[in-house]
Design a binder for this molecule. Structure first.
Ligand code: ADP
Ligand code: MG
Length: 699
C-alpha cells in the first residue's frame, strides 16, 4: 500500500489538484464561487471542465456522471462517456463547462410527491461547487443538487445548502452584535458516526426478508445475543479487520477522513466514525461511506446491513450526528471560550440551541422518522421518541445560577455575571457521559443520536440548521436594537433558559418514569412515523421553513407525501415478503416435518404397545406443530385480507394509519407463530438460517 498521505484524496479533484492544473485566474474565480457561493461563469467552467477531464482520463476514467441525492435516500447517477466523434471517424475525449455545471436527467421515476407530472418530468442537476468531484468505479462523479424544471428542489442537498445559508446569515448577525464583523461565513459542521452489521453473504442470500426488506421478518431469539456485552470493543476478527482495512483505504482515496473503527454492542455489529467536515461535504461523504460499506462487504463475501433494526431483540443500528457551528477562521462557536466575551457569546449560542430544540421538538422528531427507525426509537437501546437535551451537570448548574440570579460559585467562589466573568473550563465529559440522551452536549458540539443508520444526514441537519437560525434571528432582532448590550444580553440568556429549560433532562431517558415526567413537562412523545410526520406541514413549520427560504410550502407538502408513501410502501413490501416466505417455505417445512413424525408414529403404533415404541414425544410434537400450523394459517389469511383492505383507505394519512394499526399488527401476530414453529421444526426442514447462523456467520 502507498503511504496514507499519498493515498489520501488521490481520487478527488480537490484544491491541490485544482491549484496544480488550473490557470491562476481561473483557479481564483472558482475559489471565489466556492467560498462565496457566487455564480460560475461559463468561460471559467469550460477551463475547469477540461482540466478535470484530463485529470480523470489520466486515471483511466471514461465516463462522467452528475451524482445526486434524490428523495429515495440513496444516491443516483447516470453515466455519459467523454467520447465525441471527429469528422475523420475517430473519437476524442471531451467535457464542456456546460456539461460540468448542469445536467438534465429524465427525472420521471424519482419520487416527487406530486411536484412534477411525468409529461413534464425534466429535472436539472446543478454542480455543488463546494463539494469536490471524485472518481468512483472509473467514473468522474460531479456532486450536484437536483431540482425540477420550475426550480423546486427534488433532492436532499438543495434544502441542506439553503439551511446552511440560513444559519450563516443569522449567526453573522449575532457575531456582529459582539463586534465581530470580520467573519465572512459561519458553517455548520458534522461528524456522522455510522453503525452497521456484517454477516456472511451465503447466509444473507438464504434470507429473502433481508434481501427484500433489509431486516429479518422472522427469527426466534438466539440463546446468546448481546447479554454478555462481549462484542463491544472486542478484538476484530480477521475477516472483519481485512474488510475495515480496505474500507478505510477506499474512503481515504475519496478524501473521507475515516478515523475510528470498532466492534459495537450486538454480535456482528460495528461502527465507523470519520473526522467531522462541513455539513454538505459530511453528507456526501456519509452517502459514499454507506455505498462503499456495501460494495466492499460484497467483495469480501459478506453482506453489510444498514437497516435500523435487522434483528429483533438485538440492538439496532443508529447514526450519531455530531453537530457544531464554526466560523470560516475555524472558531467553533459552541466552544466555551476562555475570555468573558467568548463565554457570553457561547452562552448565547447555547441557549439559542436550547430554545430551538424546545420550540421545534416535533420537527427534529420528523427528521428521524421512518418505518425502520420506528423499531428503534423508544426501545431500550436508542433514545426514546421524546426529544430532550443533555447539558451535563456543570453547564446546567451555570444556567440555573444565571436564572436564579444567585450567581454560580466556581472554585474561587465568585458569582458569575455574563459578559464579565470567566466561565469555568468545562472538561469534555467522558466520565459522566449520558448515552441515553437524544441530543447531548459533548464539550463543544451536540450529538444528535436519534438518526437511524440508513438515514441521509441531510434531513436532520436541515432541521437543526433552520431551527437554530430562527432562534438566532430572534436574538439578533432584539440585540441589534439594544442600547445596553451587556444588560440586554444577560437578560436574554436568562429569559431564554427560563422559558425552555423543560427540554433539559440529564437523567436516564430509558427509564419508564421519564415518559410520565416528560408528559408533565408538556414535551411531545410522537411514537411512530405516522404520528410524527403531520408536524412537517403544520402552519408553524411552513412559516419557519419559508421564512428562511429552506422549503417552499409546496416542497414541504410534497416531502410529506413522499415520506408517508415511503412508510406505507415499506410495510407493504414487508407484508408481501412475509406472505411469500410463509407460503413458499414455512408451511411446506411444517408439512414435511409433520409427515415425518406421522410416518414414524404409524410405524410405532403398528408394532403395538411395547415400551420401546412409546409415542409420547411424537404425539406431543405433532400436536404442538399442527396446532400452531392451524393458527398460522388463520393469521396468514388475516394478513392477506388486511393487506387487500389497505387499498380502500383514502388519503395519505388514513392510508399510513391503516398500515401502522392493521397491517403491522397482523404482521406481528404472524411472526409470533412462525418464531414458535422455528423452535419445534427440525432444522433440516426449516427454510431460513437462524439468528445464530446469521449473527455468528463471520468467523
Ligand atoms: P465519541 O462520541 O465516540 O466519544 P468523539 O466525541 O471524539 O467520539 O467524536 C465523535 C464524532 O464527532 C467524530 O466523527 C468527530 O469527528 C465528531 N466531532 C468532533 N468534534 C466535532 C465538532 N466540533 N463538530 C462536529 N463534529 C465533531
Ligand atoms: Mg458518539
Amino acid at each position: 500500500m502507498k503511504s496514507v498521505p499519498s493515498l489520501f484524496a488521490s481520487s478527488v479533484f480537490n484544491d491541490a489538484a485544482m491549484r496544480e492544473r488550473l490557470p491562476k485566474d481561473v483557479y481564483r474565480a472558482l475559489r471565489k464561487t466556492m467560498s462565496q457561493a457566487t455564480h460560475l461563469e461559463l468561460d471559467v467552467a469550460n477551463v475547469v471542465a477540461s482540466a478535470m477531464k484530463d485529470w480523470a482520463v489520466e486515471r483511466g476514467v471514461t465516463h462522467y456522471t452528475h451524482w445526486f441525492q434524490p428523495m429515495t435516500g440513496i444516491t443516483a447517477e447516470k453515466h455519459d462517456s467523454f467520447i465525441s466523434p471527429t469528422a475523420d471517424g475517430r473519437v476524442i475525449m471531451e467535457f464542456s463547462g456546460k456539461e460540468l455545471v448542469r445536467g438534465e436527467p429524465d427525472a420521471s421515476s424519482f419520487p416527487s410527491g406530486g411536484l412534477r407530472a411525468t409529461f413534464e418530468a425534466r429535472g436539472y442537476t446543478v454542480w455543488d461547487t463546494t463539494s469536490y468531484a471524485f472518481i468512483k468505479d472509473g467514473t468522474l462523479c460531479i456532486p450536484t443538487a437536483f431540482c425540477s424544471y420550475s426550480g423546486e428542489s427534488l433532492d436532499k442537498k438543495t434544502p441542506l445548502l439553503r439551511s446552511m445559508e440560513a444559519i450563516d446569515r443569522q449567526a453573522r448577525r449575532i457575531l456582529a452584535c459582539f463586534g465581530n464583523t470580520a467573519v465572512r461565513r459561519v458553517v455548520p459542521e458534522v461528524g456522522a458516526e455510522q453503525e452497521y452489521f456484517l454477516i456472511d453473504k451465503a447466509v444473507y442470500l438464504k434470507r429473502p426478508d433481508l434481501i427484500c426488506a433489509g431486516r429479518t421478518l422472522f427469527g426466534a431469539p438466539p440463546p446468546k445475543g448481546q447479554e454478555l456485552e462481549d462484542h463491544y470493543f472486542g478484538t476484530l476478527k480477521p475477516r472483519v479487520s481485512a474488510y475495515m482495512k480496505e474500507l478505510d483505504e477506499e474512503l481515504w482515496k475519496l478524501g473521507i477522513c475515516a478515523k475510528t473503527k470498532h466492534n459495537e454492542v450486538a454480535p456482528a455489529q460495528h461502527e465507523l466514525a470519520p473526522i467531522f467536515a462541513t455539513t454538505n461535504i459530511a453528507t456526501d461523504h456519509n452517502q459514499l461511506t454507506m455505498e462503499l460499506m456495501k460494495s466492499i462487504a460484497n467483495k469480501h463475501g459478506m453482506a453489510c446491513l444498514l437497516h435500523e433494526k435487522p434483528f429483533a431483540g438485538v440492538n439496532g443500528s443508529g447514526k450519531h450526528n455530531n453537530w457544531s457551528i464554526s466560523t470560516d477562521a475555524g472558531v467553533n462557536l459552541l466552544e466555551p471560550g476562555e475570555t468573558p466575551y467568548a463565554n457570553a457569546q457561547f452562552l448565547l449560542f447555547l441557549v439559542a440551541v436550547i430554545k430551538a430544540v424546545d420550540e421545534h421538538q416535533d420537527l427534529l422528531r420528523v427528521s428521524v422518522a421512518s418505518a425502520g427507525n420506528d423499531h428503534r426509537l423508544g426501545a431500550n437501546e436508542a433514545p426514546p421518541a421524546i426529544v430532550s437535551m443533555f447539558l451535563g451537570e456543570e453547564l446546567t448548574q451555570i444556567l440555573e445560577a444565571i436564572e436564579s440570579g444567585k450567581g454560580y460559585c466556581n472554585k474561587r467562589k465568585r458569582p458569575m455575571e455574563i459578559g464579565v466573568s470567566v466561565l469555568p473550563h468545562f472538561p469534555k465529559d467522558t466520565t459522566d457521559r449520558n448515552r441515553t440522551s437524544p441530543l447531548a452536549f459533548t464539550g463543544n458540539k451536540f450529538e444528535f443520536r436519534m438518526l437511524g443508520s440508513m438515514f441521509s444526514v441531510a434531513g436532520p441537519n436541515i432541521v437543526l440548521n433552520t431551527i437554530v437560525a430562527e432562534s438566532l434571528r430572534q436574538f439578533a432582532d432584539a440585540l441589534e436594537k439594544s442600547k445596553d448590550f451587556t444588560r440586554d444580553l444577560a437578560a436574554l440568556v436568562k429569559k431564554t433558559f427560563s422559558a425552555h429549560k423543560r427540554i433539559i433532562f440529564n437523567g436516564n431517558n430509558y427509564a419508564d418514569e421519564w415518559v410520565a415526567k416528560a408528559k408533565a413537562r408538556g414535551l411531545s412523545n410522537l411514537k411512530t412515523t405516522v404520528d410524527a410526520l403531520p408536524a412537517f406541514i403544520s402552519k408553524e413549520s411552513v412559516k419557519l421553513f419559508t421564512k428562511h427560504h429552506v422549503f417552499s410550502a409546496t416542497e414541504l407538502h410534497s416531502r410529506y407525501e413522499i415520506l408517508m408513501e415511503n412508510y406505507c410502501k415499506t410495510l407493504h413490501i414487508e407484508a408481501l415478503t412475509m406472505l411469500d416466505l410463509v407460503k413458499g417455505g414455512i408451511i411446506p417445512a411444517c408439512i414435511a416435518y409433520q409427515n415425518e413424525i406421522a410416518t414414524l408414529l404409524t410405524h410405532k403404533k403398528a408394532l403395538g404397545g411395547h415400551p420401546l415404541y412409546a409415542t409420547a414425544l411424537e404425539d406431543d410434537l405433532l400436536q404442538k406443530i399442527s396446532g400452531l400450523s392451524a393458527s398460522l394459517l388463520a393469521k396468514l389469511d388475516t394478513l392477506e385480507k388486511v393487506l387487500a383492505g389497505a387499498k380502500k383507505a383514502s388519503g395519505v394519512l388514513a392510508h399510513a394509519r391503516f398500515y401502522r394499526d392493521k397491517v403491522f399488527a397482523a404482521m406481528a401476530e404472524l411472526r409470533l407463530d412462525v418464531d414458535k414453529l422455528e423452535t419445534l421444526v427440525a432444522k433440516k426442514h426449516w427454510p431460513l438460517p437462524s439468528y445464530v447462523d446469521m449473527l455468528y456467520s463471520v468467523v
